[in-house]
Design a protein around this ligand. Structure first.
Ligand code: AMP
Ligand code: MG
Length: 399
């Protein structure tokens, strides 16, 4: 029996387990989810450092409002200061250099004049002025990047500054794609009469990469039960997920469901009250391998991928699968189908009163070009035969 899209998603999330972890170099960690809490082993910065180019001094020497100090050395970034600041003296210092012993403030160069042997300071300088204390950014022991965080450029920089060169991240799901259909031909190959290009292969391959998966195999099989059993069986070896397209409806040449049953996969749902994408089927293996049997129609396949496979991959990757519904105003009527959630491919604009959507061209499920330039899907609820222009509608942005 067909389930609603919310029931289908909930069922998928129930079976999508976070994968185990692996250590990767920071340069390879962009976009991955951190598997373990990252706490700081040390203070950052590790020592009191100057925030300015100028002179390290003792603040007490400037209480009179002006001071003439003896220049006794230099502190550069990347080395120990080597000299101590005593009463009446100053040390030239660069941004990022350790503040020498005895000094408790930095006078920026702009507030001084120097002849190379003395430094004249104008103004009274407060203790701590332009000194970056140790641990000001991160305190030793502090939990800075919690497990589950998605590693973006800022997270990579913070982990580097904490001296974590190989963070532990969640492994990528290993995914195989199997296209079914006697008619399918790779682009670049001659097209026999009645044949069409396999567009789902490249489209879903790209979708898997974009969702954070590792595409380990892309195979194809004709409309034959025995061949389907053997090709799907082989594709299921050593993967976390198999995605099939086509052959999952009620026609005499649709062999995916029987083949999965023969391979010992249990159907969690077969059919979703969704338009397009009704035949979408989800099965699980005894070892937890997930199978998404998506419809053959290219639009249906991509939409079902977005609605069900992406949340599963997010959950497997340890990314927060939180779903935040957004509402937009329909700028044109959106056609629905009572009894099914209708997914409309849209383009959004942001206006003074919030998001607005407009459908891209024909919404037929074989019109693949209707997916071009789509940035959101609008969901016409199953109890509505349409949304009038000007009415609110739930949307999901698509990447
Ligand atoms: P099916 O679900 O197998 O009945 O396929 C539904 C429609 O999608 C048919 O018109 C198929 O030719 C088409 N189709 C199936 N698989 C693909 C594919 N990989 N690329 C492009 N079109 C496909
Ligand atoms: Mg087919």
């Amino acid at each position: 029996m067909a389930v609603s899209i919310h029931e289908a998603r909930a069922a998928v999330l129930e079976h999508a387990q976070v994968l185990d972890a692996e250590d990767v170099f920071l340069d390879d960690a962009l976009g991955r989810a951190l598997a373990l809490d990252a706490s700081a082993p040390n203070d950052v910065p590790p020592f009191a450092a100057s925030a300015m180019d100028g002179f390290a001094i003792r603040a007490a020497d400037t209480v009179a409002g002006a001071a003439e100090l003896e220049l006794i050395g230099e502190a550069k970034a990347g080395t120990e200061a080597g000299v101590s600041v005593r009463r009446g003296t100053a040390v030239r210092i660069s941004t990022g250099a350790p503040v020498p012993d005895g000094a408790d403030a930095i006078v920026p160069q702009e507030m001084t004049t120097s002849d190379g042997t003395t430094v004249a300071v104008v103004g009274q300088i407060a203790i701590g002025y332009h000194v970056r204390p140790p641990g000001e950014d991160i305190r030793a022991g502090e939990l800075v990047v919690p497990a589950g965080s998605l590693l973006g450029p800022a997270e990579l920089g913070v982990l580097a500054s904490m001296n974590i060169p190989r963070p532990s991240v969640v492994r990528r799901p290993r995914v195989a794609i199997a296209g079914t259909g006697d008619e399918l031909t790779d682009p670049g190959q001659p097209l026999k009469p009645g044949a069409i290009r396999d567009s789902n292969g490249p489209a879903l391959g790209g979708a898997v990469h974009r969702a954070g998966g590792e595409l380990v195999a892309r195979v194809r099989v004709g409309d034959d039960l025995e061949a389907t059993v053997s090709v799907l069986g082989a594709a299921l070896r050593d993967v976390d997920m198999l995605i099939t397209t086509g052959g999952v409806s009620v026609g005499p040449h649709d062999h995916v469901r029987p083949a999965l049953a023969r391979l010992g996969y249990r159907e969690v749902f077969a059919g979703v009250k969704l338009k397009p994408g009704r035949p979408t089927t989800f099965a699980v293996g005894e070892d937890g391998t997930l199978v998404f049997a998506l419809p053959g129609n290219p639009v249906s396949a991509l939409m079902a991928f977005r609605l069900f496979v992406v949340p599963a991959m997010d959950a497997m990757l340890g990314r927060s699968g939180e779903h935040h519904p957004l509402t937009a105003t329909a700028d044109e009527p959106l056609e629905g189908a009572v009894g099914r959630t209708t997914v409309i491919r849209c383009r959004t604009t942001l206006q003074d009163d919030g998001w607005h959507v407009r459908p891209t061209k024909s919404q037929e499920s074989h019109i693949l070009t209707s997916m071009l330039n789509v940035d959101a899907l609008a969901l016409v609820p199953e109890d509505r035969d349409g949304i009038e222009a000007g009415e609110p509608v739930e949307i999901e942005f698509v990447g």
